[in-house]
Design a protein around this ligand. Sequence first.
Ligand code: PMP
Length: 300
Amino acid sequence: MTPYYNDHTIVFLNGQFVKATDAKIDLYSQSFHYGYSVFEGIRSYKTASGQTRIFKAIEHFDRLERSARALNMPYTWARQELIDATYELLSKNGLSDAYIRPVIYAPANMSFTKNAESFVVIETWEMKPFLGDKLLRVMTSSFQRPNPQAFRIQAKATGHYVNSILASQEAKACGFDEALLLDINGFVAEGPGANVFYEKDGKIFTPAVGNILPGITRATVLEICEEIGIPATQSLFTSDELKNADAAFYCGTAAEVIGWERLDDTVFPKPWDETVSKVIQDAYKHKVIEKEYTYSLQTS
Ligand code: PMP
């Protein structure tokens, strides 16, 4: 059995709750053959008050719709309908701290034509932070992020993830934990499944949008910086600038906020516990469970 489901697992498939082991999708789907589908990666948490809450549910389901429309896929679901279905799915699977994966996929179609309808499946399982909880050893990838003129790069489309898989596998084969991809102009873009930030002199920097998936966690980190008064800049920068940083981290729904030990041969000099990045990491951990937090920017 996979770590994702067992004989009792329920999925939401086109309006019905069915067993994962009974669910079927069409082998002639354009999605399966050409990587033409869109998806979301969402987390729910058991909050400080004991409730199960989907973090940033509206933002995720709105992005799902925008991604589908960006790829010319018909989209017929109301946001609240899918949010309600997801809560019901979590309850049917007895899950509270969970990872949630909705996918919008295409019907049988071996040509490249537009379809008259789309389908939806929502799956959920328990998942630890996907990049682990230790500081990461990151390798600059030999793969670039896709040319934004070739794809709708701001959409979370499955086909883009072939690039992510290649980069991540290459980094692991070279003994690193994860890859960092540059954009087609050589500026730092993002990780295979996370956005990147660096810290210099108590300030935070992240690549501007244009060549990246504008992450919901990235937006949350910027929100936290605003709330607690950390100056944050969105701009293009090179990996040399990044290597000159005091600290760096990846962030994403699955990864949450996770610091870096090194990029290639460059070890980040500031002890993680003394960085403002760590303050952001703690704030994020509190935010997702709706717990009040106090913070101190008294870093040396
Ligand atoms: N970039 C890529 C390529 C991703 O796959 C993800 C994960 N969805 C992110 C960034 C982070 O996005 P989010 O914070 O919305 O999960």
